[in-house]
Design a protein around this ligand. Structure first.
Ligand code: SAH
Length: 220
C-alpha cells in the first residue's frame, strides 16, 4: 500500500510530466515514460522530497545540482536514444539523469569526480532497481576513452569548449549533448559525429556547474 506521501509525490510526478514536459513539447515516448516512472524525489536530499517535481534545479550537495526536470527531458530527447545504445555521461551527481537514460538505452557509463556523490548515486540507483548504469570515479574527460565506443554522450556540466576529445570515441552517427560556455552561462549544443567530424547545432541557453578536469575548467 502506498502511504499518503508517496501518493502525493506520484500525483506531483504525473503533473510534472503533463505540464512541464508534454506542455513544452517533449515528445520522445520513452523519455516521457522514464520520467513518469522514475521517482525523482529519491534522488534529492530528504528535506527536498516535496520540491523534487517543481520546475527548477535543486542542490544535491558538494556544489552539484540535479537539473530542472525539463532540462533533463530536453537533453535526453536530443540524444535520440534507442534500446541498444551505449551512453556516456559526464557528471553522475545524484544518478537521476543516468537513470532516465538507462530506461531508454542498453547501458550507461556514468563518471563522477566526487566520491561522496558516487556513494549517493549508487544507493539511489539500487533503490529503484536500475542495473544497467556503470558508475565510475574520476575525471570523465580523461576516462571516456577507457569504455568507448558510445552511441550517445551527455555532459551534465559546463564545458569551456566543444568536446572534440570525445569525437574519436563515438560510433558513426553518434550524438553528443553538451553545455558550452563560461563558468556562469552556456549554450546547449547537439553535436552529431560523422566520420570523426562534428556537426553542431545550438539549442538554447542553459546554466550548469563547470566541468573540472583535463578538458574542463581548472579546480579552484
Ligand atoms: N547528472 C547529475 C547532475 C550533475 S551536476 C544528476 O542527474 O543529478 C554536475 C556533476 O558533474 C557534478 O556532480 C560534478 O562533480 C561533476 N563533474 C564536474 N567535472 C567532472 C569531471 N571532469 N568528471 C566527472 N564528473 C565531473
Amino acid at each position: 500500500m502506498m502511504d499518503k506521501k508517496e501518493a502525493r509525490l506520484e500525483v506531483a510526478r504525473k503533473e510534472m510530466v503533463t505540464h512541464q514536459l508534454i506542455g513544452r513539447g517533449i515528445h520522445d515516448q520513452c523519455i516521457l515514460r522514464a520520467m513518469a516512472t522514475i521517482p525523482r524525489h529519491l534522488f534529492v536530499p530528504e528535506h527536498l522530497h516535496d520540491a523534487a517535481y517543481q520546475d527548477c534545479p535543486l542542490p544535491i550537495g558538494y556544489g552539484a545540482t540535479i537539473s530542472q526536470p525539463y532540462i533533463v527531458a530536453y537533453m535526453s530527447e536530443l540524444l535520440s536514444l534507442s534500446k541498444n545504445d551505449r551512453v556516456f555521461e559526464l557528471g553522475t551527481g545524484s544518478g537521476y539523469q543516468a537513470a532516465v537514460l538507462a530506461f531508454c538505452a542498453q547501458e550507461v557509463v556514468s563518471i563522477e569526480r566526487i566520491p561522496e556523490l558516487i556513494t549517493i548515486a549508487l544507493e539511489n540507483l539500487a533503490a529503484i532497481g536500475t542495473s544497467n548504469v556503470r558508475v565510475l570515479e574520476g575525471d570523465a574527460t580523461a576516462l571516456a576513452a577507457d569504455h568507448a565506443p558510445y552511441d550517445a554522450a551527455i555532459l551534465t556540466a559546463a564545458s569551456p569548449a566543444l568536446p572534440e576529445y570525445l569525437y574519436p570515441y563515438m560510433n558513426d552517427g553518434g550524438r553528443i549533448v553538451v553545455p558550452v560556455g563560461d563558468m556562469y552561462v552556456q549554450e546547449l549544443f547537439l553535436i552529431t559525429v560523422v566520420h570523426g567530424k562534428g556537426r553542431t547545432e545550438g539549442m538554447g541557453g542553459v546554466r550548469f556547474v563547470p566541468v573540472i578536469g583535463r578538458y574542463g575548467f581548472p579546480p579552484k
